[in-house]
Design a protein around this ligand. Structure first.
Ligand SMILES: *Cc1c(COP(=O)(O)O)cnc(C)c1O
Length: 360
């Protein structure tokens, strides 16, 4: 018997998440993972690596609760927001029986986690404007225990309508958990649903230090929910999900000075984004640039696969979204430094457009 046959059937069938790092590339301009373009320096202050860490480090939880405007018992910290996705599915969905629901085009980890655990993935295509198709969701809720909604949505960049999120929470009350993935919420803080946690005990909000906090390499994320939901997630989380150095740095990043520095980074990215979008719209190969509330921009490009490859060969690594439903011809560009944005613009300017003959 070979080893492959010993594995669970759903694991054999699984395609692992095509993370930016797994996709490889030999770039010097990395704009494919929505990271912050430069590193923030930290000093380790905890020298107690002989001891196991706290499961939920008090300083991290208290700082995040204060930052998010919730009570400490409504906060769970984990190995990135990705672990939060997995914990919700493991705590609420019976393998082989229950389903999760999400609305493509959206973030890829909902399906990867559900498939790994053996939980059905039910999809309800987003409408043409990438908003929720509420009647179709309502018609497909049978057996669904968790609905994932990403707002602002990755990779499209726009917010999901607030009234629609409220309608979704009303229709799922007592039936399913609604997970609002707010990985990019620092770029549009007024849009958070954290203020609704008191009204909806089945609402879960996911957050991360990987994007605006510039700490993707730290692997630290947060789940905000009612204390009841948090207690259930604490039953299934690993005993020591965060190493001592991670907790040490996370607490510093969430200090008042850390949060002020994050807000400055956000302002810088928002400024670079406006400039990038404006300049992209002038290029012959760029057909459409979509609005963004995030640190990335989605654009429809003529001959996008060839353009993607050409930039890749020049060391400029973007994210090809061409295979996602309704995103044919779309590339996602992380907003980097001014220089990095300029490299992208210069490379795209060399690409032929639909009306290349008219524009020159
Ligand atoms: C980046 C991202 C995450 C994952 O965040 P980590 O904390 O790095 O695991 C979750 N959801 C969305 C939509 C993301 O873009």
């Amino acid at each position: 018997m070979n080893i492959e046959e010993l594995a669970r059937a759903n694991v054999r069938a699984l395609t692992p998440y095509q993370s930016a790092r797994r996709l490889g590339g030999n770039g010097d301009v990395w704009l494919n993972a929505n990271e912050f373009p430069t590193a923030v320096a930290f000093q380790l202050t905890q020298q107690t690596l002989n001891r196991y860490p706290e499961c939920q480090p008090k300083a991290v939880i208290e700082n995040y609760a204060a930052y998010a405007g919730v009570k400490p018992e409504q906060v769970l910290v984990s190995r990135g927001a990705d672990e939060g996705i997995e914990l919700v599915i493991r705590a609420f969905c019976e393998p082989g029986q229950d389903a999760v629901l999400y609305c493509p085009p959206t973030y890829g980890m909902y399906s990867v986690s559900a498939e790994t655990i053996g939980v059905e993935c039910r999809t309800v295509q987003a409408r043409e404007d990438w908003q929720l198709d509420l009647p179709a969701i309502a018609a497909n809720l049978d057996g669904v225990k968790a609905v994932f909604v990403c707002s602002p949505n990755n990779p499209t960049g726009q917010l999901i309508n607030r009234e629609d999120l409220r309608a979704l929470l009303e229709m799922t009350r007592g039936k399913a958990i609604v997970v609002a993935d707010e990985a990019y919420i620092e770029f549009c803080p007024q849009a958070t649903l954290a203020g609704w946690l008191g009204d909806y005990p089945h609402l879960v909000v996911l957050r991360t230090l990987s994007k605006a906090f510039a700490l993707a390499g730290l692997r630290c994320g947060f789940t905000l929910a009612s204390a009841e939901v948090i207690d259930l997630l604490l039953k299934v989380i690993a005993p020591y999900p965060l190493s001592t150095p991670v907790a040490d740095i996370a607490a510093q990043a969430l200090s008042p000075a850390g949060i002020a520095a994050m807000r400055e980074r956000v302002a810088l990215i928002v400024e670079n984004r406006a400039r990038l979008m404006q300049d992209l719209r002038q290029l012959p190969c760029v057909e459409q640039v979509f609005t963004s509330e995030t640190n990335y921009v989605l654009a429809r490009i003529t001959a996008s696969s060839a353009v993607f490859k050409s930039l890749w060969d020049q060391g400029i690594i973007l994210r090809d979204q061409n295979k996602q439903p309704s995103l044919s011809g779309c590339l996602r560009i992380t907003v980097g430094t001014r220089e990095e944005c300029q490299r992208v613009l210069d490379a795209l300017r060399e690409q032929p457009g639909l009306s290349a003959t008219e524009t020159q």
